[in-house]
Design a protein around this ligand. Sequence first.
Ligand SMILES: Nc1ncnc2c1ncn2[C@@H]1O[C@H](COP(=O)(O)OP(=O)(O)O)[C@@H](O)[C@H]1O
Ligand SMILES: [Mg+2]
Length: 428
Amino acid sequence: MADLQSIKNRFGIIGNFPALNRALEKAIQVAPTDISVLVIGESGVGKEFIPKIIHSESKRKHQPYIVVNCGAIPEGTIDSELFGHEKGAFTGATSTRKGYFEVADGGTIFLDEVGELPLQTQVRLLRVLESGEFMKVGSSQVQKTNVRIVAATNVNMMKAITDGSFREDLYYRLNTVQIDMPPLRERKGDIHLLFRKFAIDFAEKYRMPELKLSEDAVSYLENYSFPGNIRQLRNLVEQMTVVEQNREINSVKLAEYIPMNAHLPAVVQKSSGGSTGSDFGSEREIMYKILFDMRNDINDLKSLTSELIKNRGNADLSSQEKNLINRIYTPEAQTTNPNSLLFFENNNQSEVHHPTIISDNDEHHYNDVEDIEIEEAKPESLSLQNNEKDLIIKALEKHKGRRNRAADELGISQRTLYRKIKQYNLED
Ligand SMILES: Nc1ncnc2c1ncn2[C@@H]1O[C@H](COP(=O)(O)OP(=O)(O)O)[C@@H](O)[C@H]1O
Ligand SMILES: [Mg+2]
């Protein structure tokens, strides 16, 4: 059996946090068996290392290893992808096709985002887990396969079971052994180690001097909540490696990228601590939803006031009103840093229009604005969108159009990537 350190070296896994070590050790330990394993942890914590370790340390290692992102396959085709189909099973099924469970016979299948599986697929999956039996779509002939399953999820499975969107019997079948991957915010001691590793990697990749952290920057990162975990840290280091002139990063600089939001951490940090950390996912989703709703409300209000002002005419405004308007609309008044939103499932912002008030002096003297002018400006989100679009194009180019890899690199789900590819007309 391989030891922990050699596994870390082989897979490039950084960190010494006890819960991380326990997770890796558990993977090494169960690898030689055929037990199904469920990996639980927030997005970006490194869940994908676990099935790779398990496969490579098992007797199946020379057989196929297949990764299926259950959240990325459309509901209509997932059964056929997993189990294959007969010729003529549905329109467009012009020939018989083997599914992953047939192709991976003797090997391992990693079912990522397993909580996203449609119920009808869950039934088929349960059967194959229990008896090794399955049928192609459109066939009544039972086939046998011998596949080891490792599944992963970042959603609260207990909640999915209560909601009726996930079968309880399947959950227990998948979860013979559970491996919890701790979120980065709990692994404070590992943050600087990871930063250094990524700083070295990206310095080499972009042929730039390596980034260093000042002391206050280290403690800033250690107190940050990292909703996107290691993937977010990695993307942050990559961005800063390319963009920042000054190679020593301090906390002020970090705050431009990842602002410490005074209202967020209380909720954000409350979670986890427990074994799974999976509550965090839904809490975070709710928080982001609230934030984006608020943001949209604010933008609506801005549009409304700008309409009102336009109708009334600039000249009629009292200087007090002008001050107020200027405060709302000057860029300094924006509290949200676009960088910080870049890697989350944001949006809805595309239709927002609001005016910019141009003051004729360069600095904004809020108390002394006489002549203000209102003009329809570009939507605030435009530069953010351009940035995002560029990043998506780059990621797609880098991965030669392979969307799963590009999505991984960007730290967004494949679904979000598909949506954005559509939104920005990047399909071809
Ligand atoms: N301990 C670690 N050391 C080095 N890189 C890591 C570590 N954990 C995660 N990563 C990197 O972070 C990114 C996200 O990991 P991934 O396994 O895709 O997350 P998840 O599947 O949990 O969303 C990947 O680029 C991965 O290589
Ligand atoms: Mg993943």
